[in-house]
Design a protein around this ligand. Structure first.
Ligand code: S3P
Length: 438
């Protein structure tokens, strides 16, 4: 098992009441697309050039993995990478996916399709996360799989797969993607049926690499053309990262922040819909297509927010955004009720528990009822003053730092190094807007 981020004094950060946040910024490239660009590039014939790759730890692990599996992966400059696909071979050592569930699950799927054996390991958090959600369908397709009771280390011996018609009980892009990537080399029909649509970056990118993928309601089906040909991929800004400076601007008095070039694929944009329902002064401007995805500039200005009810159906389109939404809800006037959050218990940490503990430490009234999270906003800045356990979870750390920017008393988080898994440069970028984070 690889070690988690360093613990200790230098890993702590604190945020305190800040002047108005002002500026026009860009955030790093989308994490989901970055993993996929490297994996598809590694499977494709020819040279793929990637612009805007997120150079966070999670994605760098996937780059190392694709290289260890035989592809030529090279960094040409900031965010600019070149991948030359090659027949995959068994890596010399276990593949260490670090903190990344996406990297691990997608790579397991890709390996399952090929006559390759690979063992997957990760950090403490990843070793606690359930893997049977991908291993069961991969087994059904014919892959030989070993795990520790459905947890890592996982060994996949791939090749000789047959098709599958897999009905998932939850919407999960990771599960869908693992099956589709394995299916690229399976014999027979491959389809995944979801209860609701999950993010479709794998499908969109596979089409750009020349494969046939159909979407028919909630069914995703691989077509006959399954060989991948290299292409160039431009990765727009990650909406899940843009969420932090945008919510920071909404809750910090007199702020005005624009994040340019944010991917606004509707299957990722649930937070923006919700914030607007809360009355947020959020403008989505200059919508265009870039890198095959809708992209926009998003301007957030401080103003009052009100509590809302967020339906369970919206969860797949904002699954990573509940920690920061729970922070926005703490500033809103009235109750915010978020339904359908069972999956938050099996993310990088038990995010429901981490949000509740963080809110308690900061004087915010919140509770869970089953898989519903309820936050009572007072329409005024919360007390803050908490020492929040981030549980080595990047999104918990960033969310509570944002809370600290506009709370009455400073908020500290105990482990901030993990922020680099998804948002390298977060602290500097926020400081550049005027945020007091030290
Ligand atoms: C992701 C899918 C989501 C999300 C994760 C990234 C992806 O997970 O939470 O951060 O890139 O496919 P699930 O597939 O488990 O919902």
């Amino acid at each position: 098992m690889s070690s988690a981020a360093p613990k200790g004094m230098d890993d702590r950060l604190a945020a305190s009441a800040s002047p108005p946040l002002k500026g026009i910024i860009n955030v790093p490239g989308d994490k989901s697309m970055s993993h996929r660009a490297l994996i598809l590039g590694g499977l494709a014939a020819g040279e793929t050039r990637i612009e805007g790759l997120l150079e966070g730890d999670d994605v760098l692990r996937t780059a190392d993995a694709v290289r260890a599996l035989g592809a030529d992966v090279e960094r040409l400059g900031p965010g600019h990478w070149r991948v030359v696909g090659a027949p995959w071979r068994a890596p010399d050592a276990p593949i260490d996916c670090g903190n990344s569930g996406t990297g691990a699950r997608l790579l397991m799927g890709a390996v399952a399709g090929l006559p390759v054996e690979a063992t997957f390991i990760g950090d403490v958090s990843l070793h606690s996360r359930p893997m049977n959600r991908v291993l069961d369908p991969l087994r059904e397709m014919g892959a030989a799989v070993e795990s520790q009771d459905g947890r890592m280390p996982v060994t996949v011996r791939g090749g000789g797969l047959t098709g599958i018609s897999f009905r998932n009980l939850k919407a999960s892009a990771q599960v869908k993607s693992a099956i589709i990537l394995a299916g690229l080399h399976a014999d027979g029909a491959v389809e995944v049926i979801e209860p609701a649509r999950s993010r479709d970056h794998t499908e969109n990118m596979l089409r750009a690499f020349g494969a046939d993928v159909e979407q028919d309601g909630y069914t995703i089906r691989l077509g006959a053309r399954r060989a991948l040909t290299a292409t160039d991929v431009a990765i727009p800004g990650d909406p899940s990262s843009a969420a932090f400076p945008l919510v920071a601007a909404l809750v910090t008095p007199r702020s005005d922040v624009t994040v340019e070039g944010v991917m606004v694929n509707p299957l990722r944009a649930g937070l923006f819909t919700t914030l607007r329902e809360m009355g947020a002064n959020l403008e989505i401007r200059n919508e265009r297509i870039a890198g095959g995805e809708p992209v926009a500039d998003i301007r957030a200005r401080f103003g009052p927010l009100r509590g809302v009810e967020v339906p369970a159906e919206r969860a797949p389109s904002m699954i990573d955004e509940y920690p920061i939404l729970a922070v926005a809800a703490a500033f809103a006037e009235g109750r915010t009720v978020m339904h359908g959050l069972a999956e938050l218990r099996v993310k990088e940490s038990d995010r429901l528990a981490a949000i509740l503990a963080g809110h308690k430490a900061c004087g915010v009234e919140a509770r869970d009822e089953g898989d519903t999270l309820i936050v009572e906003g007072k329409g005024a800045p919360p007390r803050g003053g908490g020492d929040v356990a981030a549980h080595h979870d990047h999104r918990i750390a960033m969310s509570f730092l944002v809370l600290g920017l506009a709370a009455c008393e400073p908020v500290a988080v105990d482990s901030a190094a993990m922020i680099a898994t998804s948002f390298p440069g977060f602290t500097e970028l926020m400081r550049g807007l005027g945020a007091k984070i030290a």
